[in-house]
Design a protein around this ligand. Structure first.
Ligand code: BG6
Length: 523
């Protein structure tokens, strides 16, 4: 990683992970990328644009091929055309999406149709892959990407276990598998899925995606903490009063009701994104900057979470669902009115909770987490709220209620971070007002951070699992979600609260934190 960015007027920089001075100087390896769910939304909106950009940045080997697999019958050309028009539709969303690169890129895209549970598909896959590998001079390295609904994970994994598709770690050219979320529906199903995955692959071949880990600003959590001398000494119960982690979305369910009705925020966001942010914030510094050392420390932080009894789950969580309201001035329907949602649905679209870590560093420092759909804006943040000074000197001068210092890590949008502290406001009288020091990626580095999927796909190619969840991490995160779900089920509490779309959640969430003498920060 290079140290740039002190100069706010720096020229726009093409974010190239292979640039001189970065820690990732390796060249990409040629491989076949098989995308199960080739006609799906994720492939069109995220995976293909990310691969295209990597190709444009010379971070995808020129011989690498992409093979989309899905049920619908289609020729290679029809598949390419479908992806091309999807890319043009979304080109406006992704600055620098390299539309011009398309023609060269499309050449390496292929398609295969079939039903995921039909053994004949896998015979055809084997033959097609061998043909592509021969034609493009590929060494047989293969990346299987499961961009499919979870019901298809099992059938695909079982069939991949058949002859000629997967080589175990260390048995010749590598095979890797990327598994999209949701990884299970609860602890038991996650364990079962882990058992199945590991009956076909070795853990070193498995890449469980949480796209939050691919976000530049999430990777910066460890850099901020550990590449600077100033922050880490403050990063504990000696100085931090509490931590707030927020994942707020203004979007609703966006046509994903069938999935969301069963998931709710607890499975959709808490189990993965929120728990990952918490682990990165709370973990101890690793001994080395490598996948296992970092994931070991994250796991230790998750293990330190105080277990939630059913009583705790009802006392320390707030669940709610949005009613009709307005987002940025436009009316939006209630969750129960969204297409595909049960009119009597009890699914939570908002969750706030308090978690505590039982360890030396964080004893006595609550972590307040919240996430919701149809909140006033999209904002993901980690805020460390610091203790007040030990002696309130300015009280003797009649000054009360000085705001605490806050270190705010803006994960998105406006990626960067800020520090808020009190300052004397100009004038003859003594007034103390909060002021802010700010770092923005855009102004400091002259470019928005790259898309998460680019970095993640690159890391799978390099075999670096640092930004992917390990088996034990996933299972520990499910333990938290399961204990909350169990509390809600057995006690029927807290009742599902309501909030109008476009507001910052229900009043009950304010009460949750106010009970401890604290308040949610304004985002
Ligand atoms: C996904 C969830 O994992 O993350 C979605 O399934 C959510 O419900 C999305 O909208 C948020 O991701 P981002 O990158 O837009 O914050």
């Amino acid at each position: 990683m290079t140290a740039r960015g002190a100069d706010a007027a720096a020229p726009a920089l093409e974010p190239n992970p292979f640039r001189e001075g970065s820690v990732t100087l390796d060249t990409p390896e040629p491989c076949s990328i098989v995308v199960f769910g080739g006609t799906g939304d994720l492939t069109r909106r995220k995976l293909i644009p990310a691969l295209l950009r990597l190709a444009a940045l010379k971070c995808l080997h020129p011989r690498s091929a992409i093979l989309g697999v899905a049920r619908r019958e289609m020729t290679d050309d029809a598949f390419r055309e479908e992806l091309r028009s999807a890319m043009l539709d979304h080109a406006g969303e992704a600055p620098g999406s390299h539309v011009a690169e398309w023609e060269r890129f499309a050449d390496r895209i292929h398609y295969l149709s079939g039903s995921f549970d039909d053994p004949a598909l896998y015979d055809a896959l084997r033959a097609k892959l061998e043909g592509i590998e021969r034609q493009r001079g590929l060494p047989g390295t293969r990346l299987y990407y499961l961009a499919v609904p979870p019901a298809s994970f099992g059938p695909i994994l079982r069939q991949l276990g058949g002859p000629g598709l997967v080589r175990r770690h260390g048995e010749g050219p590598w095979t890797r598998v990327v598994i999209e979320k949701p990884f299970g529906h609860d602890l038991e199903s996650a364990r079962e899925l882990n058992r199945l995955v590991l009956s076909v692959f070795d853990e070193r071949q498995v890449f469980r995606i949480d796209h939050y880990l691919g976000k530049e600003s999430v990777q910066n959590i460890l850099v901020l903490r550990l590449a600077n001398g100033i922050f880490e000494p403050l990063w504990s119960n000696r100085h931090v009063d509490h931590v707030q982690i927020t994942v707020a979305e203004s979007l609703g369910v966006e046509g994903r009701a069938a999935y969301y009705e069963r998931a709710g925020v607890s499975r959709d966001i808490l189990q993965n994104h929120l728990m990952q942010l918490l682990a990165l914030t709370a973990m101890e510094p690793p001994a080395r900057f490598d996948a296992e050392s970092i994931r070991d420390e994250k796991v230790k932080a998750l293990r330190a979470l105080a277990p939630l009894s059913p009583e705790d789950a009802s006392a320390r969580t707030v669940r709610a669902q949005y009613e009709s309201g307005a987002i940025a001035g436009s009316p939006v329907p209630a969750y129960r009115e969204e297409p595909g949602v049960d009119r009597a649905s009890e699914t939570e679209t908002y969750l706030a909770l308090r978690l505590d870590l039982e360890n030396w560093r964080w004893a006595g420092v609550p972590f307040y987490l919240r996430s919701g759909k149809r909140l006033p804006k999209r904002a993901t943040e980690i805020d460390l709220v610091f203790r007040h000074p030990p002696y309130a000197l300015f009280r003797s001068a009649g000054i009360q209620g000085i705001e605490p210092n806050v270190l705010r890590l803006r994960i998105q949008p406006d990626e960067g971070c800020s520090f808020t502290f009190g300052s004397k406001s100009p004038g003859q009288a003594l007034h103390i007002d909060p002021v802010r020091m700010d770092f923005y990626y855009l102004t400091s580095f002259g470019a928005d951070p790259p898309e998460a999927y680019e970095r993640l796909l690159l890391d799978v190619n390099r075999g670096d699992a640092t930004l992917f969840a390990r088996r034990d991490e996933v299972e520990l995160a499910w333990e938290v979600v399961d204990s909350i779900a169990k509390g809600w089920e057995t006690r029927g509490e807290p009742p599902l609260a309501r909030y109008p779309a476009g507001r910052w959640g229900p009043r009950e969430a304010d009460a949750l934190i106010q009970r401890d003498g604290r308040k949610w920060l304004r985002l």
